[in-house]
Design a protein around this ligand. Structure first.
Ligand code: DGJ
Length: 570
């Protein structure tokens, strides 16, 4: 059963930016032509040297620049064990089917460093070669000291030497299945390996096939709120670093002394804040060392704490960049360009809440992992997201009839169905629609000209403001002059960009878009409604729509449709 976009919405397909100053420095360097001279003359790849991908900020908005132009990551993350060469034949067809432009794929530390200080670049090289052959960009996921809180991707030679590479210990001194962020040898080994990876990429990827790096994966620890090792105990009883106090000022209790300990400063949040600082400091050093060698944009993904209401300490993975500790991560890991939420919320309000928590002036919004409805992409685009990557996108599984016969609830476990065509299918219409216009979307978003939204349960219409025009998006309008009733399921979405004074680019699904002059007493008329298709980033005119096609407004169904619309008032 191939599920179209609407079915996905039923819930079946159911993770420091360069600050302003750094971005400005980059732009200045760019203008002065300094940045791209330092290439790899000895590059193994024959490809032309491209500009370095980078994240820039302008007027409070961010863009990921790839080849010097804003780039929207229409991403797809493969399953955890799909980065092995033997699996790649089941990856590329899935990515092509989905119409993604970027693949997020792991690099496994256990494979990369089979013995201390010996690095195996063969799989990374295979990934580059095959991604290029498929005209795709890559975001590499460094599965190393942390993968979902565990150290399961550490090389075996480390796992068998816990005295050198120790685990977190609980309050009773028992080891927990998670690496201690305060172990110097672990930090050194991870840093060396990651730096070797970045050095290699610099040498073999002048084409910038790899556009970003994720450093570790869902870092932190489950089951305890912090490390209780002797090293941790000593630091926990010492004064909180000044920069952490400053970053968290708003939440520090007013009765704390001037150089408070973690407990004195943060009370019930002391342990999670402490562990976040320890993990962020570790990952910040790994990222900084890698960046010193090859400065690709880097990020950390987040195993979230439930946002509504905010989950209390002890009920979520402690140490990662959960929303409550973002300021700590910003000061402890400034080499990270962003902190990206793995947004698997299926409830629309909770999903949006997560977007709002990570769409911050100091944090470009990027979703390294997501699931649920493809219409959530429109909520993300409405918050200037630079990318979106649903998880589990490959063909490593075939869904046989017995699977379909499983209880319905089991099918709702997101990763139970990953790796199948049926799982990917809901995203296809949306990615097929947006892929050819992805550069325009990224540019218009960076310029502040683009807004996007989607249907929220119980909301039948929404109004987007574009200066002298309002765009009214309605859901479930069944007649030419009908009133919006909402779709039977929340399926609707719309994306609108102002491309001229009175001209808009409009697209969407299961929605009606109409324009309304802001000036009192004026009415709208369409001057021209051009249906087109995007080919190689260009709008190609197909026909003018009029009459039944837009007398009631601009109607969008499940069929991908892009309109260029000129309006006037009378
Ligand atoms: C979040 C993790 O970051 C992914 O690697 C994967 O484990 C997914 N959860 C779900 O399986």
């Amino acid at each position: 059963m191939i599920l179209p976009f609407p079915a996905a919405a039923l819930g079946v397909a159911a993770k420091r930016s360069f600050g302003c100053k750094a971005a400005v420095r980059l732009l200045v360097a760019l203008a002065a032509g300094q940045l791209f001279a330092a290439g790899s003359a000895s590059a193994a790849s024959a490809g032309r040297e491209h500009s370095l991908p980078r994240i820039v900020q302008k007027d409070g908005r961010y863009a990921l620049l790839v080849d010097d132009a804003p780039y929207l990551v229409l991403g797809a993350q493969v399953n955890n064990s799909s980065g092995w060469p033997a699996m790649l034949p089941k990856v590329w067809p899935a990515i092509e089917y989905m119409h993604a432009n970027t693949v997020e794929i792991p690099v496994y530390w256990e494979q990369f460093e089979p013995s201390p200080g010996t690095y195996d670049y063969s799989i990374v090289d295979t990934l580059l070669t095959e991604a290029r052959a498929h005209h795709l960009h890559l975001i590499l996921l460094w599965f190393a000291t942390w993968k979902n809180g565990n150290a399961h991707y550490m090389p075996a030679w480390m796992k068998t030497a816990p005295q050198t590479y120790p685990q977190v210990v609980d309050a009773n001194g028992r080891p927990v299945d998670s690496a201690s962020p305060l172990a110097p040898a672990t930090l050194e080994a991870d840093t060396n390996a990651f730096t070797a990876l970045m050095r290699h990429l610099k040498a073999v990827d002048p084409e910038r096939t790899v556009i970003m790096m994720q450093v570790e994966n869902e870092s932190g620890v489950y089951g305890v709120t912090r490390d209780y090792s002797p090293a941790a105990e000593k630091l926990f009883r010492a004064p909180v670093p000044r920069e952490v106090l400053d970053a968290m000022r708003a939440t520090v209790s007013g009765t704390a002394p001037t150089a408070p300990t973690w407990q004195e400063a943060f009370g019930p949040e002391a342990e999670v804040n402490f562990h976040a600082w320890a993990v962020a400091s570790f990952i910040g050093r790994v990222a900084a060392a890698g960046k010193a060698v090859y400065p690709l944009p880097m990020f950390a993904n987040v195993a979230l704490r439930d946002p509504l209401p905010p989950a209390p300490a002890g009920t979520y993975e402690s140490g990662g960049p959960t929303d409550n500790v973002i300021p700590i991560w910003k000061v402890a890991a400034p080499a990270l360009d962003l902190l990206g939420p793995d947004d698997y919320q299926t409830d629309t309000t909770a999903y949006i809440k997560i977007l709002d928590l990570y769409h911050r002036p100091d944090n470009p919004l990027y979703l390294p992992e997501t699931g649920g409805s493809p219409r959530f992409l429109f909520f993300a685009l409405g918050r200037q997201a630079i990318g979106f990557s649903p998880f589990g996108m490959d063909f490593t599984k075939t869904l046989d009839t017995p699977d379909l016969a499983r209880p319905k609830d089991e099918l709702l476990v997101p990763w139970a169905r990953t790796g199948t065509k049926e799982f990917i299918a809901p995203f296809v219409p949306v990615y097929r629609l947006l892929n050819p216009m992805a550069r325009d979307i990224a540019r218009l978003s960076f310029e502040g000209a683009l807004q996007a939204t989607a249907e929220e349960p119980g909301q039948v219409s929404q109004t987007l403001h574009f200066g002298r025009w309002d765009a009214v998006v309605s859901y479930g309008v069944w007649a030419r002059r009908g009133r919006p009733a909402g779709n039977p399921q929340p399926l609707g979405a719309a994306l609108i960009a102002r491309i001229g004074e009175d001209q808009f680019l409009v697209t969407g699904f299961y929605s009606r878009v109409d324009f309304r002059p802001v000036a009192a007493g004026r009415q709208k008329q369409f001057l021209k409604v051009e249906e087109g298709s995007y080919e190689n980033g260009e709008f190609k005119f197909l026909r003018l729509l009029n009459g039944d096609q837009n007398d009631g407004g601009l109607d969008f169904s499940s069929v991908p449709l892009v309109l260029r619309v000129s309006v006037a008032s009378f």
